[in-house]
Ligand binder design. Structure first.
Ligand code: PMP
Length: 396
């Protein structure tokens, strides 16, 4: 057999513990809080179908043809208008359409990261962003966070230790995995530090529109006037993730480079899907749809929060998100989380252990809990069951 001489980007092992957890947890009999899936019953299927029909009727030949790497202009105009409602003034020319925000992260890393460069993130953070940064040879370094997001004094200390920091990656709204958001004061300080220590900020914001409590906080990008923030957005959580469409907004010099890299990578994102979303946004009140998702997620998130407080052992710490899809639990003591996971699976409930979300020094008594993908009744009964398993197994 050929011994394949893989590039240094390819992972050395095929281990995929997170994928294995999700596979086990996806059995139909299991009430899973493990994945990161939006609620499929809230997808606007009929409206997207109607938009698709119109696109085929009115522009079939155009949308089945090749197109430009930067993406459908009409869609960029509509995103630009939508982002105004979220506090960002991005011209359509300053936007690049991507195949999900995941591709946005990949293109940004490809553009900026040389092997050995440091990428700093919150600790814990979105696992698949870490995977992307590592693929380009980055050293990933975590900075602790609390209920107000990444701790800026610690970030500054970390920057002093790592002068070769190229990027600081943050998920400032209802972060995956903790559900916490970064305060305005810390956003302002982050922008000031970017100037002082000469790095770029990735503001990854898939969840910001799904706010069910508290007041919106200005996007980091709106606080910067020097082209240091790259904002990644997506339709995955506000419409449907299977559409695989997102966008990057950034200074035009960066968008020009990213557009070239995108063209090398996949020519352009699916032209048909771009046209369907543009048609959907024209024919429907997307904000009304987002409000509908948000009120459902409020019920689910608040139910989960209250049920964990009620059924998990004394000493359990948990976040209280104001939106998004996740909350974060820290169990008291030093439980064997793998045993706990196995026992939960036997009882037909699932969560994700928190350790993989840490760029370094994992806290093994943590878990990420997703509340968007289950009904209020399932959340109530599932958390009750989990609480009983945890108490009987570990804290009996
Ligand atoms: N960033 C974060 C923080 C996420 O949680 C996700 C998806 N779970 C993504 C990016 C990627 O989303 P998509 O590619 O579907 O836009």
């Amino acid at each position: 057999m050929t011994k394949y001489n893989f590039s240094s980007r390819v992972p050395l092992t095929n281990d995929n513990p997170f994928g294995e957890i999700l596979t086990v947890a996806s059995k139909p009999s299991i009430v899973s809080f493990a994945g990161g899936l939006p609620a499929p019953e809230l997808f606007p299927v009929a409206e997207i179908q109607a938009a698709a029909n119109r696109v085929f009727d009115e522009a079939g030949q155009t949308v089945l043809q090749y197109s430009l790497a930067q993406g459908n202009l009409q869609l960029r105009q509509l995103i630009s208008q939508y982002m105004q409602t979220r506090g960002l003034n991005d011209a359509p020319d300053d936007l690049l359409i991507t195949t999900g925000s995941q591709q946005g992260l990949d293109l940004i890393a490809e553009m900026m990261v040389n092997p050995g460069d440091v990428v700093i993130s919150e600790k814990p953070t979105y696992l698949s962003a870490l995977d992307v940064f590592k693929t380009y040879g980055a050293e990933t370094v975590g900075v602790d966070m609390d209920a107000d997001g990444m701790k800026m004094d610690e970030l500054e200390a970390t920057l002093k230790r790592h002068p070769n920091t190229k990027l600081v990656y943050v998920v400032p709204n209802f972060q995956n995995p903790t559900g916490n958001s970064m305060s305005l004061a810390r956003r302002q300080r982050l922008v000031a530090l970017a100037e002082q220590y000469d790095f770029l900020i990735i503001e990854d914001d898939p969840y910001g529109a799904i706010r069910y409590a508290g007041d919106p906080i200005a996007p980091i990008k709106s606080l910067d006037s020097n082209g240091r923030v790259l904002y990644t957005g997506t339709f995955s959580k506000i419409l449907a993730p299977g559409l695989r469409l997102g966008w990057i907004s950034a200074a035009s010099e960066l968008i020009t480079k990213l557009t070239l890299l995108k063209q090398f990578e996949d020519v352009h994102s699916d032209n048909l899907t771009q046209a369907i979303i543009a048609q959907y946004m024209q024919d429907n009140d997307m904000q009304k749809h987002i409000d509908h998702i948000t009120s459902n997620y409020r019920d689910r998130g608040e139910t989960m929060h209250a049920a964990i407080e009620k059924y998990f052992p004394a000493g359990t710490e948990l976040t209280h998100p104001e939106g998004g899809m996740f909350l974060w639990v820290k169990l008291p003591g030093n439980p064997d989380i793998d045993q706990l996971f196995a026992e939960c699976i036997k009882n037909n409930v699932a969560f994700v252990p928190g350790a993989p979300f840490f760029p370094d020094n994992p806290e093994t008594n943590t878990m990420r809990m997703n509340f968007s993908n289950r009904s209020v009744a399932e959340i109530e009964s599932g958390i009750k069951k989990m609480g009983a398993v945890i108490s009987s197994l570990i804290y009996a």
